[in-house]
Ligand binder design. Sequence first.
Ligand code: UGB
Length: 598
Amino acid sequence: RKNLAILSPQQVELAKMLVQMNQSHLFEHWPEPGVDDDEKLAFLDQVARLNASYPGGLKSYIKTARVLLADSKAGKNPYDGFSPSVPSGETLTFGDDNFVQFEEAGVREARKAAFVLVAGGLGERLGYNGIKVALPLESTTGTCFLQHYIESILALQEASCRLAQGEGPTEIPFAIMTSDDTNSRTIELLEKNDYFGMKPTQIKLLKQEKVACLDDNDARMAVDPNNKYRIQTKPHGHGDVHSLLYSSGLLKEWLGAGRRWVLFFQDTNGLLFKAIPSALGVSATREYHVNSLAVPRKAKEAIGGITKLTHKDGRTMVINVEYNQLDPLLRASGYPDGDVNSETGYSPFPGNINQLIFEIGPYLEELSKTGGAIKEFVNPKYKDSTKTAFKSSTRLECMMQDYPKTLPPSARVGFTVMDAWFAYAPVKNNPEDAAKVPKGNPYHSATSGEMAIYRANSLVLKKAGVKIDDPVQQVFNGQEVDVWPRIVWKPKWGLTFSDVRSKVSGNCYITGKSTLAIKGQSIYLEDLALDGALVIDAVDGAEVKVGGSVHNAGWVIENVDFKDTSVPEEVRIRGFKINKVEQLDKLYNEPGNYSLKP
Ligand code: UGB
């Protein structure tokens, strides 16, 4: 009480609010005034932060939590009254005329886009000790996810501005949502690498705060087990991105600068940018307010299902139903077998890959009403069937793909289905769990993520007319995968299928043991026969024709055991390393025209 004299009126208000909201237990164990006063003030600072970072403040958090906890205790189904059916969306086939047209429309539109990467999660399923965006997406060049994303955005920016010939905005902004778990390491990675070639001012970091943990059904906040003067906190989920974009003023700034689209994406999908141009083209052509990218989904795969939900009262929405809820929803509504594959070998519900494209105008209008708050959920683990006590504290969570849940029926919500081979290869599962994935389902591991890059690039080149050997099957960390030649290129070389097609001619052939790394923009493959490793780089302004026969011992893939701790973690989680035995390595560092014909 004596210390109240030194508190600000806001601190007093917050403390009173806690008492009113039945949170006095947070102070009950405090010693008398004069003891640990600094800690007590730090506690109030934390309360102020928790209050400021949640739309509507802590009072609103506690009230929502009570409602959701009561619903959970009563076993209320969040989908009560809704019945699921399979929605229809735009389906794209890589490389056909329709796809190429959408790609072109998307590239044209890209200069009016802004990108948002959600990278606040630590990836508990992967169990990797670093931040996931620092992981190499392939070990041929060692390029990490963040570098690849930035180079892809820059390539898109350059291509879009070229098409638009000086009209409209030029720099594509890039926002990254981090959390206390990832923020400093993300900054470090960017600084250490000169922002991977992007202007530092083009990148904005938005840090999400954690939310208070709850100990019981009355939403009494949990005292941190490690510090009795702190409230225990946990991540609130990727849904925070909406309130952060709104409260930071970024969305408003983007709209004011003539931007039309915001594209959200996740931390580890090395294929994503092969799908971006065409998907953005779909958004622009179909005038979708919301466009979710989806891939054919194997039943029980840990990705949400895009579902049409029809309410008894006639309302309908097309929305992601999260993977743990799809099976019970289906069983409860006339699909007795639940989440199972149809005769196509896939679930009839397309899989959400959480790549979302929103039109900024309607999005900002909606957030102005909600402040960015989106529907939350709670997932308490109860001690017993009375559902009165929890095994450990819980908290509210939210997901970015739930944004359309509060939209009016007039909103234009669509989705675009693409084949996973060129759109989706996340790195989420650790080797042990990946090895247990049922045969035929994707592993979503570092091993499969890297192999998917080689497969996609091989298939794209094949479509562009290059002859490529069939893959061989190999087992790494207990996972059987197809190993294609290790073909990689910088985004500026082959951003779209048309770009790739324009850079390949004549009779080209790449054998299965080969490695091809293309680093420069104006490199043209003409009657190239490659059997070995070729690494080729050229500065902007240098145009190189590559042909003839390249033959050497090449780069060899060698098995590594994930338990072998003498090997760096980012290598052993993929189960192999690359032994660079012999290669032809060429760099053209002066502008001009060149021909390489070994
Ligand atoms: N993330 C944050 O930025 N903050 C957080 O608090 C939590 C996560 P996960 P999840 O495409 O494969 C999602 O953990 O949530 C970032 C979809 O919900 O990798 O299990 C994190 O850094 C699901 O419908 O995925 O599942 C990462 O970039 C399906 O689409 C991203 O959020 C699935 O992804 C996703 O976090 C998928």
